[in-house]
Design a protein. Sequence first.
Length: 273
Amino acid sequence: MRIFKFLGTLLLVTSVFVGCNLNSKKSKDTKGETTKTNKAVAVTYKVASRYFIKNNVEELPSKIDSREEFEKYFGAAAVMGKNGMPTSIDFEKEYVIAVTVDASNKSTELQPVSLTKEGEKINFDFSVIEGSETSYTTRPSLVIIVSKEMDGNVTTNPIKAMSDGHNAKNSLDWEGEYEGTLPCADCEGIKTTILLKNNETYTMIITYLGEEEGREITEGNFEWDTAGTVITLINDDEEPYKLKVVEGAIQKLDIKGKEITGELAKLYFLQKK
């Protein structure tokens, strides 16, 4: 009998010990999952184009998740041409984050900086780039499209860029040679070297990496945008070649002058040599 009592006690103690260990492990795992969930992660998005903010709109909600609500604030601005239609938005699967600033007679551009998710919070940083005065008044807006799989409470943060009149053109040492390898859809990469000269001329050498490497050299002039931040290489191509000038690098933009986002975004920078 004593032996059976001893074995029973031992079994009870062992069960409690194992249960405590499992609860402890579960607690640690849960804590680890919570920490992982609350870590800020980058969120992919698309910039919507060909939309304008309506004149009777005083304030914009940061987040719009239905077409009916979106059409209260924005109208479509379709134009003739290949890419003249507004960016398609599927409100069954997507929502939009919209921002604007007060109307002004200055040439003002809103550009996305970053979109991150931390727990239930979605943080959108965007830059407000003021240019020179114009003879008319405009109210710029910026709309980005986000998957509803990355839903959350949206906070928008404007970053006023170069408000003291300084810009990349007159403040950065941008003249020189830049080099890097850009992504390529049907080759191993596009090795790109761009020489920017003080007289606003350029030389660009591109090499398509792979089994059959091809090399192209282009020369010409470039022009700055009104904000003194983005340059456009003037060439015979139908699609404009736009570059954002930052400290120690230039960033390849898409044909509309918007930053390329997503997992490959960091590959669109050419570093100064």
